[in-house]
Design a protein around this ligand. Structure first.
Ligand SMILES: NC(=O)c1ccc[n+]([C@@H]2O[C@H](COP(=O)([O-])OP(=O)(O)OC[C@H]3O[C@@H](n4cnc5c(N)ncnc54)[C@H](O)[C@@H]3O)[C@@H](O)[C@H]2O)c1
Length: 259
């Protein structure tokens, strides 16, 4: 079982969905957790005896402030979960360059800034832990395979996959004792998925339950994922049981990309 007593984690986009589930899992294993979000994460933080900081991951100044807040509140940083992300379903012809850039700003710039400011903060005490410090980047199956009408999202999540590997190798080369891995969820039942279901049922003229069932069928295991399915993978990568894993991609997709 993962024991994170004494460790401090920062989870971006932690107010709800996969971020909130990861924050709960990390806190459940004994970590002190800062929930950061562009929206209000105070309730989520309170429920796990953590702390909340308002944080737009596209802002460099917000990153500096969030990491400073984490160090002042809990004494340092050991685990960073780059989870904040946005998604839309839109054909290329209907995607403006501005739409495209907005998605990259959150999903790509946000992770890059997390690496840029997270690595030096985590390095300050990573030698202390058997498995070192840990950064977990939330990519997607969309970072492994393409799908129609999600080109902007594919671009962003593919970038997260390879930024993860590059950062992992750089940390190893510099002997920072920081592991960097990515998690690739299938379709998981959160507000983000509900937004996609609503949109698809509108476009296809079907009801919401039909679309939900269609999404479940895309996974060989016959259901969509639960937020805890992803949180368990994040928890594993955060702790010392994953001490020999870096630059790896952990796919949690009910078999979706297996064939
Ligand atoms: N739900 C899925 O099916 C699914 C599948 C694969 C990958 N993912 C990825 O998992 C992550 C979490 O997704 P989710 O389903 O929980 O989404 P969600 O929309 O339910 O939650 C996303 C959270 O990120 C926050 N956020 C958005 N923009 C932000 C910004 N600029 N700065 C800080 N916070 C910001 C939101 O306020 C929200 O709390 C995302 O990176 C997403 O791409 C989700």
């Amino acid at each position: 079982m993962t024991n994170l007593e004494g460790r401090v984690a920062l989870v971006t986009g932690g107010a709800r969905g996969l971020g909130a589930a990861a924050a709960r899992a990390l806190a459940g294993a004994g970590a002190k957790v800062v929930v950061s979000d562009i929206g209000d994460g105070a309730e989520t933080a309170k429920s796990i005896d953590g702390a909340y900081v308002k944080h737009d991951v596209t802002s460099e100044a917000d990153w500096v402030a969030a990491i400073d807040f984490t160090a002042r509140t809990f004494g340092g940083l050991d685990i960073l979960v780059n989870n904040a992300g946005v998604f839309y379903v839109r054909p290329i012809a209907m995607t403006s360059l501005e739409d495209f850039k907005k998605m990259q700003a959150v999903n790509v710039d946000g992770v890059f800034l997390g690496l840029k400011y997270g690595i030096p903060a985590i390095a300050q005490r990573s030698q202390k832990w058997d498995g070192g410090g840990s950064i977990v980047n939330i990519s997607s199956v969309a970072g492994l395979v393409g799908s129609a009408n999600t080109v902007a999202y594919n671009a962003s999540k593919g970038a997260v996959r390879l930024m993860t590997k590059g950062a992992a190798l750089e940390c190893a080369e510099q002997k920072l004792k920081i592991r960097v891995n990515s998690v690739h969820p299938g379709i998981i039942d959160t507000d983000m998925m509900q937004g996609a279901v609503n949109l698809m049922s509108k476009v296809a003229g079907t009801d919401v339950e039909t679309e939900r069932a269609r999404m479940a069928r895309r996974h060989p295991l016959g259901r969509v994922g639960r937020d805890t399915d992803i949180a368990n993978a994040v928890l594993f990568l955060a702790g010392d049981t994953a001490a020999f894993m870096t630059g790896s991609e952990v796919v949690v997709d009910g078999g979706m990309t297996a064939n």
